[in-house]
Design a protein around this ligand. Sequence first.
Ligand code: IVH
Length: 680
Amino acid sequence: MQLSLPDTVEQRLNAEIRVSELRILLEHHNRLYYQSDAPEISDSEYDELFRELTALEEQHPELVTPDSPTQRVGGAPVARFRTVTHGMPMLSLENAFNEDEIRTKLDARIKKELGLADSAVISYVCEPKMDGLAVELVYEQGVLTVASTRGDGVTGEDVTQNIRTIRGLPLRLTGEAVPARMEIRGEVFLSLDAFKQINQARDENGEAPFVNPRNAAAGSLRQLDPRITARRPLSIYCYAPGLVEGASFSSQHEFLQTVSRWGIPVNPLTRQVDGVDGAVAYYHEMNGMRESLPYEIDGTVIKVDSFQLQQELGEKSRAPLWAIACKFPPRQAETLLEDILLSVGRTGVITPVAQLKPVEISGVTVSRATLHNWDEMAAKDIRIGDTVIVERAGDVIPAVVRVVPERRNGSERAVAPPLSCPECGSAVVRIAGEVAIRCIGISCPQQIRESIKHFASRGAMDIEGLGDKVVEELLSLGLVRTVADLYRLTKDDFMLFERMGDKLASNLLAAVDASKKCDLGRYIFALGIRHVGERTAKSLAQAYGSLANLEKATVEELTSVRDIGATVAQSIVIFFNNPHNQAVINQLREYGVDPAVVVKTIGGPLSGKNFVFTGTLTRFTRDFARKQVENQGGNVVASVSRKTDYLVAGEEAGSKLLKAGELGISVLGEDEFLNLLELH
Ligand code: IVH
């Protein structure tokens, strides 16, 4: 057993420095991942650093700052909109999935935290949990000046112009005692009616429909052209204050009532209740009502009413202790399973898909649902003609949950797994240890179709204009049989299309040509090797530098690359050993598609540079600094000489600093050093 002793001053200082180091590293990797799209470390390495920081912050809560990566929630904003920093971070909520969890994770925990008796009655405010997007609005002197998305919780995107299109939102507050400045948070959403209208219009224009109201709201809010947003009737309900100057509220209940008087839309179903029983009853009541509401809710939110108690309780790991999101179980509907279709993916996996009698599940019409795989279908004994329960949970593809056996009349038909590919007639195999059944025909038209679509798609070669429809047409005209054929196409080929102008044909040709210069990671991803997603492809590109090197790699070597396990490694080796794949790759090479990673100058950007450290460092340790310098090709030496390129000076630097001054050597502070390493 370990005894926990109080921290010594030294331990605390060490923790402080390590926390600072970890934040520098995590922020650096965040930037690489979200903004430059060029990660240097794997997800698991990132997670490890993150866990280390979380653990240290838990041990030393006084070291937690709002800008710590642990305080971030979700992803960073994209570059297209201006960014806005929230006055206070926008937190997320912890989830409860049933009545029990509401009692234990919220009420009992709060009482324990506040030292209250079990019998104490806490006053709560219960609200529907709107399934939309969180935004922050700023009203200055009563006027709406800025609106931003939540983004990563600390900074979001400036969507003021789009928010202004929401009719129900006042551009100027009305009534008495309007505060000098108020930040207020709420959820932007689309009503089910609006969602249907939008999808109908999209359908008429030949555009793909939005999957659900939430996605449609997100797409509308992040429109660069506010005129388009204005045609999408977004709504908003506000539910929480940010920083407020010139007004104060003592409770959530009072806050909502007051802002509502100023014209801010507040959900009328919000209710103040006494004690957790009231909150639980509200949860059940809303769950019962959800299907009849004109918008989607995915649960309720329960908040401690008193702002003073909220403050006492505070927050822990990015979520307040005074509130909880109570999620509803996924929505289900009963319908007839009319047929079982076989869908062949680009890797040849044959998936059973249920064709359903169209059924509406909370405003969304579902006519297809996945049956996952043949094992699962057999285990659930799903047959054609069955009445089935279909589930739509969040953003995921609808799934068949189970059959309703009482509805059987004996005419239902079980479907056996296919013995041959429904598209090309080739044999199918089932690889040991896998549930998938796979077509092994190398010229299976469906596989080819899907693999060409994948090759040209956005995350892969990103050939602009070469969408699914163009691929279909190329295939039906017999112009392409493999991805390599794309690079043989001429303008005349495109002119064979039913509807094709001179300009469009030239553009397509230019886009195909431009893709030859694509990045190696994308190319590896585009090849469609099983188990190799975008991230793995990037790691492979970094590790191997060229396809020629990767082609030669052995399973053993591959498994030493970060992110790559035995299954992935095997799949890569199998892919490159396949003569058909080899032929296609060679052809691609002949056509000039052979991207490579530009090899950095030996040792990196600080190659040959000598660093000396002196004084007390407060933001990182010398060990950390040494590693970073060496990673970039530099050296760390002990004493200052003419050969020294940089002296990094901490606090109370002494003789080395003087000497550097005499020799005219560049002296860097800790921040400048981080800037030099681009770790700022
Ligand atoms: S309160 C710290 N109230 O749910 C307070 N959030 O899972 C955080 N949401 O990011 C927010 N309806 O986007 C709150 N009535 C409601 C809500 C609500 C929907 C969303 C919001 C938040 C997420 C947290």
